[in-house]
Write a protein that binds this ligand. Structure first.
Ligand SMILES: Nc1ncnc2c1ncn2[C@@H]1O[C@H](COP(=O)(O)OP(=O)(O)OP(=O)(O)O)[C@@H](O)[C@H]1O
Length: 433
């Protein structure tokens, strides 16, 4: 567990930050005075978050007198109005960042994670996995974090492409960073794509009662994450390419172009080379999106990550539910023996089911084996299990029938593409087979 030193004399601010960072998995040493912090610093923390004005002195003055080895620890100052000059001076002396109060707690959390993570890439800091493959991917993402190069993440559904994209966004430590805007390209009806991507002006079409910022605009200074990018129809691929090349675009109905500066990340569970060869994906767009290509291996090819992921997910469930949860050895053995075709997503839903089925917080039997416990003695299964099982089989069959085309399958099933994608995700269906 990483240690965070929090230097803050305000009891409300101190307590709320302590609780928040404990939820984030840090051991928090909360110091109300600089003298206390002097002692705590012997514990080699992963990061320090410090207020400027403390009862026994000005933290920025104290900081510049600390030994260089201590000043090398990632350090963030929380400055009040008027003390920005102090913070700037401290940054010259080696502090990493400052945030001006009132600040966005989410931004502070992301910043501390980034700084603590870049300082010490030890195993217990892993974010994506502990297997050599995932450690390499994490190292690669850390390397490209300071550049704005486009990254294409590929891999089966549920391997953690979006988690990797969010990690890359979090690694951007700029304090004026923009949003992470995630777009599921498969879930937007074709007729709305242009309006959703580029936005529109009031009166651009009937129903446009007010102007609307599109995804590209909302991602300004941040990240535009295009999930299921292979599902973009040809016309939209051409328009997106133009916007990326020219670094500006027109809102529908606008006379003036809008400029937006963002990092583009894309993800796909299809083989884009096959898509290009079949003429379904533009080659020029592919090279724009795939400056760096990162394939994420399926979970079954990196068994070291199964237990690590399960423990990480369980820790999150413990924090959410506020009750202790643990996995028995039998449960863990069963976890390790499965091949997780639906990858981390299947593992997550498996754990959630097991948590629901456990009375005392000990996850002992895997969900399907545990289901009879909630079933009457005559062996009748709960209706929901049967309905969901039938739905899974039916969707697989329909996909097979429509040769894997999500659009045609959705039409045949009489549901929207978005609903079909959501159901495929829920049932961890990655392909018709
Ligand atoms: N390293 C991780 N730590 C914790 N949870 C993870 C991790 N990787 C994946 N998960 C969980 O697994 C699920 C699937 O992850 P994610 O959405 O990133 O996969 P994906 O590859 O983008 O899937 P899709 O292709 O279907 O969009 C999510 O619930 C996510 O929280």
């Amino acid at each position: 567990m990483k240690t965070l030193i929090l230097i803050e004399d305000d009891p409300i601010m101190g307590e709320s930050l302590q609780q928040r960072f404990e939820i984030e998995g840090f051991e928090v040493l909360w110091c109300r005075r600089l003298a206390e912090a002097d002692e705590a610093l012997q514990r080699t923390p992963a990061a320090v978050v410090s207020d400027v004005r403390l009862p026994d002195g000005i933290a920025t003055d104290w900081f510049v007198r600390l030994p260089a080895t201590i000043r090398a620890i990632p350090w963030v100052f929380l400055t009040g109005y008027g003390s920005v000059d102090d913070a700037v001076a401290s940054m010259r002396a080696g502090a990493r960042e400052y945030l001006t109060k009132p600040f966005d707690v989410e931004r502070l959390v992301a910043l501390v994670h980034t700084l603590a993570c870049s300082a010490d890439p030890a195993e217990d800091d892993a974010v994506l996995g502990v297997s050599p493959a995932m450690r390499r991917i994490e190292a690669m993402l850390r390397k490209v974090a300071t550049q704005r190069a486009a990254v294409l993440l590929s891999g089966e559904s549920g391997v953690g492409k979006e988690v990797a994209a969010q990690y890359l966004h979090a690694l951007d430590a700029r304090t004026d960073k923009g949003e992470f805007v995630a777009v599921n390209c498969a879930a937007i009806p074709e007729t709305l794509l242009e309006a959703e991507f580029f936005g529109y002006e009031k009166g651009a079409f009937s129903g446009a009662q007010r102007s609307h910022r599109g995804y590209l605009e909302r991602a300004h200074r941040g990240t535009l994450f295009l999930d299921e990018v292979a599902e973009l129809p040809a016309s939209m691929q051409a328009k997106l390419l133009r916007a990326l090349q020219e670094k500006c675009f027109f809102r529908l109905g606008a006379e003036r172009a809008t400029h937006s500066d963002f990092r583009i990340l894309a993800a796909t569970n299809r083989d884009l080379y096959t898509e290009m060869n079949a003429g379904r994906f533009r080659e020029d767009l592919f090279y724009r999106l795939a400056v760096l290509r990162i394939p994420i291996p399926p979970l079954r090819e990196r068994p070291e990550d199964i237990r690590w992921l399960a423990e990480r997910m369980l820790a999150r469930l413990v924090a959410e539910q506020g009750r202790p949860l643990a996995m028995s050895e039998t449960f863990l053995r069963d976890l390790m023996a499965r091949d997780w075709r639906g990858n981390a997503r299947e593992l997550q839903s498996w754990l959630e089911q097991a948590v629901v089925l456990s009375d005392n917080g000990l996850l002992d039997a895997p969900p399907t084996d545990a289901a009879p416990a909630a079933t009457p003695s005559d062996g009748i299964k709960p209706l929901q299990h049967v309905v969901e099982g039938a739905e899974r089989v039916h969707i697989r069959r329909a996909l097979q029938h429509c040769e894997g085309s999500v659009g045609k399958t959705a039409e045949a099933l009489g549901i929207s593409r978005k609903t079909l994608w959501e159901k495929m995700k829920k049932h961890a269906i990655t392909s018709p087979g």
